[in-house]
Design a binder for this molecule. Structure first.
Ligand code: BT5
Length: 250
C-alpha cells in the first residue's frame, strides 16, 4: 500500500499481481468499510469485466484499476462515467501526448480503435448508495497483437502508437484529473464537466443510429444532460434521452 498525491482525498493504492477483477476487489473492500479514495490495481486480471457481462481481456502491461468513491447520493450518478472519461482522456494526453476520443458511454478511442473502457458499478444497502466503483482499463504497454484474434484489430495500446508510458504514472495522472472534477460533481457544479466531455466526444454533431433494447433511433447527438444521458435530436424534431446504448455505428 502507498499513498499517492493526497489532496482533498487520501488516495491509497492496493497493488496486486493478479486478481479476478479489480472492481470485484474494490467492492469487497467497500463492503468492509474501506474509505473513499481506495484504489485497487492489478498487473493482470483473470476475469476482467466489461459492461453487461462482457469480458475484458487484461494481460500484463495494461492499466487495470478501480477507484472507490462514496458520492453519498444517487443524484447525477450517471455523470460519474463522464467524470472518469474526461479525466482519463486528459491524463492520456498529458502523460502520453495522445489525443483520445470519447465514445458514449464509456469507450476511449484512438485511431478508431479501442484504447480502453470504463465500468462504473455501485453498491447499495437497501436503497442507500454505499459506494461507487470506477473501473478503468487502458491498454498501455501490452501490444494489441497479443490480444485474442478478433480483438487485435479493434483494440490499440499506447505502445502500438510508439509511447513508452508507465502504468502507475498514468494512474497518478488519472486520479489527479479525477479529483477536481469529482469535487465539482459533489457540489453539483457539473456544467464544465459536461462541456469538457462534449469537446472530447466523437459523437456530438454526428448522425448515427442508436440501438436500445427496444428501439432503433436515427438522430443527431447534441449533448449530455445533468444525469449523464445522451441527448439525441430525431429528424422529427423531438429530442430523446438515451441512458445506455448497445451499439453506435459512427
Ligand atoms: C468496457 O466495457 O469498455 C469497460 C471495461 C472496463 C475494464 C476495467 S479494467 C479494471 C476494472 N476491472 C474490471 O473487471 N473491469 C474494469 P464494454 O463497453 O462492455 O466493452 C467490452 C468489449 O471491449 C469486449 O466485448 C471486447 O470487444 C472489447 N475488449 C475486451 N478487452 C479489451 C481490451 N483489452 N482492449 C480493447 N478492447 C477490449
Amino acid at each position: 500500500m502507498r499513498a499517492i498525491s493526497p489532496r482533498h482525498l487520501e488516495w491509497t493504492l492496493h497493488l496486486f499481481h493478479e486478481v479476478g477483477s479489480t472492481n470485484h476487489v474494490a467492492k469487497e473492500l467497500a463492503r468492509k468499510g474501506a474509505p473513499e479514495g481506495t484504489v485497487v490495481v492489478s498487473t493482470r486480471q483473470s476475469m476482467g469485466r466489461g459492461r453487461l457481462g462482457r469480458q475484458w481481456v487484461s494481460p500484463r502491461g495494461g492499466l487495470w484499476a478501480s477507484l472507490l468513491l462514496r458520492p453519498g447520493t444517487v443524484r447525477n450518478l450517471g455523470l460519474i462515467p463522464i467524470v472518469a472519461g474526461v479525466a482519463v482522456a486528459k491524463a492520456v494526453e498529458e502523460i502520453a501526448h495522445v489525443k483520445v476520443g470519447l465514445k458514449w458511454p464509456n469507450d476511449l478511442v484512438v485511431a478508431n480503435r479501442k484504447l480502453g473502457g470504463i465500468l462504473v458499478e455501485s453498491c447499495y444497502s437497501g436503497t442507500q448508495l454505499e459506494a461507487t466503483i470506477v473501473g478503468i482499463g487502458i491498454n498501455v504497454q501490452n501490444s494489441s497483437l497479443s490480444l485474442p484474434e478478433g480483438l487485435s484489430t479493434k483494440a490499440i495500446s499506447l505502445s502500438d502508437v510508439g509511447r513508452d508510458v508507465s502504468e502507475l504514472d498514468l494512474l497518478q495522472s488519472i486520479v489527479e484529473h479525477i479529483e477536481p472534477r469529482y469535487q465539482l460533481y459533489r457540489t453539483g457544479k457539473t456544467d464544465s464537466i459536461r462541456r469538457e466531455w462534449q469537446q472530447l466526444s466523437m459523437m456530438i454533431g454526428k448522425k448515427f443510429p442508436v440501438k436500445t433494447a427496444s428501439e432503433i433511433y436515427e438522430g443527431l447527438a447534441t449533448g449530455i444532460d445533468a444525469d449523464g444521458a445522451l441527448l439525441v435530436k430525431l429528424s422529427t424534431g423531438s429530442t430523446v434521452r438515451i441512458l445506455s446504448s448497445e451499439s453506435f455505428d459512427i
